[in-house]
Structures are given as structure tokens and as C-alpha cells.
Design a protein around this ligand. Structure first.
Ligand code: IPM
Ligand code: MG
Length: 357
């Protein structure tokens, strides 16, 4: 049966980078009988401009019906002053929440060809291969109550709620332990258990799940220390598991170890591995529409989609090898450029990946 993939380009560089990933998927349809059907729809600021909401109910229904979703990026200067309830980011958060995509996998893998593109010394980052498992549908991003209220003295006060229930911690811990079992069997759970009760519980529950995975070596680390250790000695990490907000921050940090945030793919999965795939970076409105963006994170996200949701590990590997091969050829977008390499635009990079398939 033909698998349905919903493409949500979004805002800023989103349309450019997803177009390159679509090129790659079309090429695999033609050459390898991938057999997917792609339809496109709006999310984020683009959806707000068309419908007055960052994700329409129709698009939400299409997402629920699809076998997988590939998303570009959302947000931009143009929509920054909108009420928070209709900001572009809310479209993305609604997709994650209503589709129950609680497990966000963000691999920070350094292609050896890019060791010079990192701001850290090559010896610190070469060989780096970390998987960040970020809880995506809970924590302070979604906790209630939230808002901005007026106090008795007339002063305004902003507030959010940081909550995790045991079941939420347990299910993300299982995802992380299972991932660790397939890798180097080392798991670092990141929390702030010295200050926040919610993460004290996080630590306890992770330990209780650990009993089921005796082969995995578990370490707990406070988030401030983890942020430091990622720069000091990133190769100590194999799998990291953490809550929504810490994972948001640490994955941006980890991406820079790999040379550029333009290289970091991600998968957001539900209980049954149905998923949404998106680059970990944002919409980069400053370079939008100029053919400057790096499409590789999106192309690598498409590879993750083939692996996790569409059962085509063979074609996922094919894409990953093609990406490696264009890097071998010396092709670089601006964000990963270093002296002596060949600077290319977004389209040329996508074409090169298709050619390398
Ligand atoms: C990410 C992004 C999102 C997040 C934004 C766009 C809502 O930063 O996917 O990391 O905070 O989760
Ligand atoms: Mg982020």
C-alpha cells in the first residue's frame, strides 16, 4: 500500500530545505520503489497568514491520517508580536502534543569530514556520536497553570508549571534505555534534582526503570554540569535522556559540536513509532529565500523517517551514505564551510545528494 507522507515546509528557510528533502525522496521513489505519496500543507506563520491559526484543524487531521510527517521549521520576525496563543511555534507544539509524539530523538553525530567545522578542537569532537532523547510532550512546555497574571499590587507576574508524572518519565526512560542497548550501553539522565522536586522524581523513576536494563550503565548529571561536560569532554556521552526544556537547550549545544546545527536531524515518535521528522534547527529568517541554508539536517531527518516510520532501513542508509559522499567531495554550505572546500547553495547541495544516491 502506498504510504502517505505529509510535508509541512513552514516558515523562513523551511520551504527551501524541505524542497531538497522532497527531491531526495522523489529520487528514491523513482529508483528504489520507495512508493510514498507526498502532500504539502501549511504550518506556523504561513498557516497563520492563510487561516489565522498556526495549524488548522484540517491540517491536524491530515497529520493524524498520514504515515509520517516531514516538517521544515516555523517562526520568524514577522509573527513575533502575535499573541502567544497563535504564534507559529504553537502549530508545532500542537502537532507534537495531539499526536502524542513524546519521544524526540536528536542524534549529534560528527561526520569525520566536518571535524574542522566545529568551533571546538578536532581532537575533542572527532568520533563524537551522541543520541539525545528529549521528552517532548510534557514538562514546563505544557504544564498548567501558566500565563501572565496581575498581582494585588498591580504588578504583572509570569508563571509556568514544571510537571512530570511517573508514567511520562517511565515511557521516555524506556525509549532511552532501549536506544542505549542498541548503542554503547551508556545512559546519562540529566536533571536538576538538587533544586527541583519534579526532577528528583525523574531521577527516582529512571533508576526504577534501570533495573530492567542491567547491562546499561546509568549516570545522573545535573543539567548545568551536563552543559559544561558537553564542551569539556563530549565523547563521554552515549545516550542522554532529559525533559523537554533541558533537551531543547542541550540539543542546540550538542549540535554545534558536530560543526553546525544545520547537520542535526530529529525524529519525534509516538508509542507506535509513528512520527514527525524535522531538522533540530529553526527557521533562520535572516537567510531565508537566499539559497544559503544547509538542507542536510532535513535530508537526514527524511532518512530517519524511512528508518523509524516507513520500515526502509536500507534506504535510510543509502541517504546517509550519499550525505557522507557529498561531504567527501568537499561540498559545503556556508555554515559548514572551511578553507579549501567548495561552497555551494541549498539547491546545489540537494542536487549533489540526489546525484550521490
Ligand atoms: C526545537 C525548537 C522548538 C522547541 C520551538 C520552535 C518551539 O526550538 O524543536 O528545538 O522549543 O521545542
Ligand atoms: Mg530548540
Amino acid at each position: 500500500m502506498t504510504k502517505q507522507v505529509l510535508i509541512l515546509p513552514g516558515d523562513g528557510i523551511g520551504p527551501e530545505i524541505t524542497a531538497e528533502a522532497v527531491k531526495v525522496l522523489n529520487a528514491l521513489n523513482a529508483s528504489d520503489g520507495l512508493g510514498i505519496e507526498m502532500t504539502e500543507d501549511l504550518v506556523g506563520g504561513a498557516a497563520y497568514d492563510a487561516h489565522g491559526v498556526p495549524l488548522s484543524d484540517e491540517t491536524m487531521a491530515k497529520a493524524q491520517a498520514a504515515d509520517a510527517i516531514l516538517l521544515g521549521a516555523v517562526g520568524g520576525y514577522k509573527w513575533e508580536s502575535l499573541d502567544i496563543s497563535v504564534r507559529p511555534e504553537k502549530g508545532l507544539l500542537r502537532l507534537r502534543s495531539e499526536m502524542k509524539l513524546f519521544a524526540n530523538l536528536r542524534p549529534a553525530f560528527l561526520y569525520p569530514q566536518l571535524a574542522d567545522a566545529s568551533t571546538l578542537k578536532p581532537e575533542v569532537v572527532s568520533g563524537l556520536d551522541i543520541l539525545i532523547v528529549r521528552e517532548l510532550t510534557g514538562g514546563i512546555y505544557f504544564g498548567q497553570p501558566r500565563g501572565i497574571r496581575v498581582l494585588e499590587n498591580g504588578e504583572r507576574q509570569g508563571f509556568n508549571t514544571y510537571v512530570y508524572s511517573e508514567s511520562e518519565i517511565k515511557r521516555i526512560a524506556h525509549v532511552a534505555f532501549k536506544a542505549a542497548m542498541k548503542r554503547n550501553k551508556k545512559l546519562t539522565s540529566v536533571d536538576k534534582a538538587n533544586v527541583l522536586e519534579v526532577t528528583e522524581l525523574w531521577r527516582e523513576v529512571v533508576d526504577s526503570v534501570a533495573v530492567e536494563y542491567p547491562e546499561v550503565e546509568v549516570k545522573h548529571m545535573y543539567v548545568d554540569n551536563a552543559a559544561m561536560q558537553l564542551i569539556l569532554n563530549p565523547k563521554q556521552f552515549d545516550v542522554m535522556v532529559t525533559g523537554n526544556m533541558f533537551g531543547d537547550i542541550l540539543s542546540d549545544e550538542a549540535s554545534m559540536l558536530t560543526g553546525s546545527i544545520g547537520m542535526l536531524a530529529s525524529a519525534s515518535l509516538d508509542e507506535n513509532n509513528k512520527g514527525m521528522y524535522e531538522p533540530s534547527h529553526g527557521s533562520a529568517p535572516d537567510i531565508a529565500g537566499q539559497d544559503l541554508a544547509n538542507p542536510l539536517a532535513t535530508i537526514l531527518s527524511a532518512a530517519m523517517m524511512l528508518r523509524y516510520s516507513l520500515g526502509r532501513e536500507d534506504l535510510a542508509l543509502k541517504i546517509e551514505r550519499a550525505v557522507s559522499s557529498v561531504l567527501d567531495q568537499g561540498l559545503r554550505t556556508g555554515d559548514i564551510y572551511s578553507e579549501g572546500m567548495i561552497k555551494v547553495g541549498c539547491r546545489e547541495m540537494g542536487d549533489a545528494v540526489v546525484a550521490a544516491l
